[in-house]
Design a protein around this ligand. Structure first.
Ligand SMILES: Cc1ncc(COP(=O)(O)O)c(C=O)c1O
Length: 415
């Protein structure tokens, strides 16, 4: 069906996700999407098909194996198209934490004592610890700190940290706590002026719109596929020119066959194939809302991104406004989404109740949320928030509805 009105058809969207009809999940507002999202039926079907008929060692000549291998390649190709990369630039691993650790291990051979590495205190620890560990080979670690009043990273502060000794800058595209979208394109330009490498963490960004990595200009970019409507895997993009030069961390005879040389082994085959389902879901979303013109995958993704952002803005802004205006609640980050400047990842604390108490109350109101530090404990420390009790995070995504927003608002009003 093509509809002329380009508002996201939320009924169509929710119908693609079987979870919303499961007795266990029905009637809940699912607000823990920054933790992990549900999967559309397309992903489940691909996983099922693989397990039923092609769960054999891939890339042999008998049909079950041949098809298994072809589908693994297809999944990689589709994701490359979606983020505007080539299939030689895509690495699929078990998680973003693993991918970044493996990457830092590969990059450590290019670090000399006295070289400088910049990390932030806004990031999830996955994009901090692997780079801080480069001090073991003599790197000097510098911290790009958030403004403790706004929780934002300010570009001028990065400029004062960058110099000719800078070799690596690791920064989040969007914080899993603050929600602000950092200007990664501008940051990449600044970092490249110093001939350093920029690593962007897109884990909290990609679920709200697959990025164009070439447009961002990043050298490496990573996101967790289990938060972008897929199985528990993660994608690492790396510029081919750099990947080519990294040491082989896989079997020795594989020398030169990047990108398979970055991880010391291959990905989970069945889960990799199920990623085709994410691509199919995105294309179905496009065809449902727009004329099915002969557009490139990336152009289709751009249109879907706009559709999703407009919907997320609509469902998140009333919640942001309420928390911002409510006495005794402290909202972290911007109080309004304007022009994709923020993800619908809404974190807050209470002045007179623990985060645990508030989170338990919300759960009793059928809002699936939690309190935690979400492994961004440096960010919480910088904001003066107890890292054990943490903060309450309501993280929405495009399949959340206006009914979800109303449920959250009514519950928050009772606090
Ligand atoms: C912003 C951000 N970066 C990195 C990670 C780590 O991802 P993974 O669980 O795939 O290691 C997370 C996980 O929550 C995250 O939110």
């Amino acid at each position: 069906m093509n509809i002329s009105n380009t508002k996201l058809d939320i009924e169509f969207v929710r119908a693609q996700f079987p979870a919303f009809n499961e007795p266990l999940c029905k009637d809940w507002c699912f607000a823990e999407n920054a933790g992990g999202s549900y999967v559309p039926i397309h992903v489940i079907k691909k996983l099922n098909e693989f397990m039923r008929s092609t769960k054999v060692q891939p890339y042999a000549e008998y049909p079950m194996s041949k098809i298994a291998g072809e589908n693994m390649d297809k999944a990689t190709d589709f994701f490359a198209e979606m983020i505007n990369a080539t299939n030689k630039e895509i690495i699929i691993g078990g998680s973003t934490s693993i991918n970044l650790y493996v990457l830092s291990n590969a990059l450590k051979y290019s670090i000399k004592p006295g070289d400088e590495v910049i990390v932030t205190n806004q990031d999830h620890e996955a994009n901090i610890s692997p780079w801080r560990r480069l001090s073991e080979v003599g790197a000097i670690i510098k911290e790009w700190k958030i403004n403790p009043h706004t929780a934002e990273l300010e570009i001028e502060d990065l400029e004062s940290l960058l110099n000719n000794k800078t070799k690596i800058v690791a920064v989040t595209h969007c914080s899993n706590i603050v929600g602000s979208v950092n200007d990664l394109k501008k940051i990449s330009e600044l970092v490249h002026k110093k001939n350093a490498i920029i690593i962007g963490d897109g884990v909290s960004y990609a679920p709200h719109g697959f990025p164009d990595v070439k447009d961002l200009g990043v050298d490496f970019y990573t996101f967790s596929l289990y938060k972008t409507f897929g199985p528990h895997l993660a994608l690492l993009y790396g510029k081919e020119d750099i990947l080519k030069k990294l040491p082989n961390q896989n079997h020795q005879f594989l020398d030169g066959s990047y990108p398979y040389t970055i991880n010391p082994g291959g990905p989970n085959h069945e889960e990799l194939v199920s990623l085709i389902g994410i691509y199919e879901y995105m294309i179905d979303l496009y065809s449902h809302h727009f004329d099915n013109e002969n557009k490139s995958t990336r152009k289709k993704i751009n249109k879907i991104n706009d559709l999703i952002s407009a919907h997320e803005e609509e469902i998140a802004n009333p919640i942001l406004e309420l928390i911002h205006n409510k006495e005794n609640l402290r909202l972290i980050g911007k109080n309004k989404i304007v022009n994709k400047n923020r993800a619908p990842t809404i974190s807050f604390t209470s002045m007179n109740k623990s985060s645990k108490e508030i989170s338990n109350f919300l759960v009793s109101e059928k809002i699936a949320t939690r309190n935690d530090n979400f492994y961004a404990w440096r960010c919480l420390k910088a904001l003066g928030i107890d890292t054990d009790d943490g903060l309450i995070r309501l993280s929405l995504t495009h399949y959340n509805s206006n009914e979800d927003t109303n449920l959250v608002i009514n519950a928050l009003k009772k606090i």
